[in-house]
Design a protein. Structure first.
Length: 501
């Protein structure tokens, strides 16, 4: 909740339950703005408690229609008006009445008509909606506009009676249909009395070639549905009867329509309903294509992992037949490197995203490396890698494999072997030299420290013939676009890897 709304609430007597009710209303009132072609402002009374007379009103929400031009270009949230300045808002709050038929007022270049609707909840009025429309555009309404306004009046009546928003409403569920997508109006018997042009187009795509009006909407959808796509518990005549708030997808091979049924109630009687419908054929097909693509990518990673394991097994078999210890050791190193890449692809094959939680990859790399060491290792890790994309994870896994293996092979003491891995992340918007870095990126600094005897005298890492270190330098500079430094610190050898993600 914004600080302005929270500050406005602090001057009211509204309880947490009242606030929750208003939050639900704000979530769903785009429907009201679109149906009435009006800006809506939600006012709550400023007072200490419900026994005190209000000092005035404060606006906590403002919404504009998507079906018409806005009346107010400025956001009205936080605006306060004293009691007596707007008699319509005062009357709706004090008497619980919808106030219509007020004379239009000139506001700037527009002639604005205002109506007010009390928000009724738990036997009291907790707020007031003011509705603001361009009076000139109302003078010659089309059939669509007349139907929308009539429906809006009925829903405003429900607001004033406390029956809208409907309990457990799903109107604002993700990608729910809106008024502009298509609207069908049904009477109490489920017979279509009006269908907007977009609604007629959506149903026509499903295969209905005659007029919608005068026909039962449920019977139409039952006739269009395929046997295998019939709902398991209810037929479409029941779903689209308008008796209950419902949300369903209809798919008959010709198209896919997202349907939202909203009952209209007056007092205790159901007087009809509206059905919002959205042709989502292309959206659903695109979603299916994405699911298929994700499955294909996972299968590719799985097959790459299997192929790498096959290569690893072949190299292992070859190493057993080689008598030269140098050649055998070289093959063993190749097996280890291939296995590190395979771990990344195995992790990617289990996810629908092209990224991995690298800490899991690291744990497996370290486990494999320590298994090969004949000595007990005291290993400590500080920090977390987090999620990395596959283009970073693959070279990084190889770099860390080489550095850990190098430490295990050359850098540990004869007694009390210790290996410390430390990961630090920071904003790389500006480097230490002051130059701008990659915008919005994280800078990773990974240090691998051992307690061995250290680097030999005169060691030049740039000219070293060690294949593992050459691989580390090449991958760091070319793939990770980073840098690596080998140094002596506090009597320990430290490999410091720096790169941006």
């Amino acid at each position: 909740m914004s600080s302005r709304i929270e500050l406005a609430y602090s001057h009211t007597a509204l309880s947490e339950v009242d606030r929750d009710r208003l939050s639900v209303l704000i979530t769903e009132w785009q429907l009201l703005a679109d149906l009435s072609f009006a800006d809506l402002v939600l006012w709550v009374p400023r007072r200490k408690d419900y026994q005190s007379w209000p000092e005035g009103h404060v606006a906590i929400a403002h919404i504009r229609p998507t079906t018409a031009s806005t009346v107010f270009t400025q956001d009205l949230i936080g605006l306060e008006i004293p009691w007596g300045k707007n008699s319509r808002i005062d009357q709706s709050l004090s008497q619980g009445e919808i106030v219509r038929d007020a004379e239009p007022e000139q506001i700037g270049e527009l002639l604005i008509k205002e109506e007010t609707v009390p928000v009724f909840f738990e036997n009291r009025v907790i707020a007031v909606i003011s509705r603001h429309r361009d009076a000139i555009s109302m003078r010659s309404p089309s059939r669509l506009e007349l139907n929308y306004r009539e429906i809006a009046h009925k829903i405003y009546r429900m607001v004033s009676e406390g029956t809208f928003p409907i309990q457990d409403s799903i109107y604002q569920a993700e990608a729910a249909p809106r008024v502009g997508d298509g609207l069908i109006r049904l009477n109490a018997q489920g017979i279509t009395s009006y269908a907007s042009p977009n609604a007629r187009s959506a149903v026509s795509r499903l295969g209905w070639e005659t007029e919608l009006e005068g026909n039962g909407l449920g019977a139409i959808f039952d006739s269009l549905s395929l046997p295998q796509n019939q709902p398991t518990e209810e037929n479409w005549a029941t779903i689209l009867s308008g008796r209950n708030l419902r949300r369903a997808d209809f798919d008959n091979g010709n198209g896919i329509v997202d349907l939202l049924v909203i009952p209209l109630i007056e007092g205790q009687e159901r007087i009809g309903s509206i059905v919002l419908l959205h042709d989502v054929t292309e959206l659903r097909r695109r979603d299916r294509d994405l699911v298929t693509k994700d499955a294909t990518i996972r299968e590719i990673h799985h097959r790459v992992k299997n192929n790498l394991q096959t290569v690893s097994a072949l190299l292992r078999l070859q190493s057993r037949r080689v008598e030269d210890p140098i050649a055998s050791a070289a093959l063993a190193e190749a097996v280890r490197r291939v296995a590190s890449i395979a771990i990344v692809h195995e992790t990617l094959s289990a996810s629908s995203a092209e990224s991995v939680l690298f800490d899991e990859v690291y744990e497996r790399i370290v486990h494999n490396a320590i298994e090969l060491s004949p000595r007990a290792i005291n290993l400590k890790k500080i920090g977390e890698f987090g999620v990395l994309d596959s283009q970073t994870a693959t070279p990084l896994s190889l770099v860390i494999t080489e550095l850990i293996h190098n430490a295990l092979e050359h850098g540990l003491a004869e007694t009390g072997d210790e290996l410390l891995i430390e990961i630090q992340k920071s904003d790389s918007a500006r480097s230490e030299s002051g130059a701008l870095g990659v915008h919005g990126a994280n800078r990773y600094e990974i240090s691998i420290m051992d307690n061995g005897s250290g680097l030999p005298e005169g060691f030049d890492w740039q000219t070293s013939s060690n294949l593992g270190l050459q691989i580390v330098r090449t991958l760091t500079e070319n793939e990770l676009k980073g840098s690596i430094t080998l140094m002596r610190k506090d009597g320990k050898t430290v490999a410091l890897l720096t790169f941006d993600v």
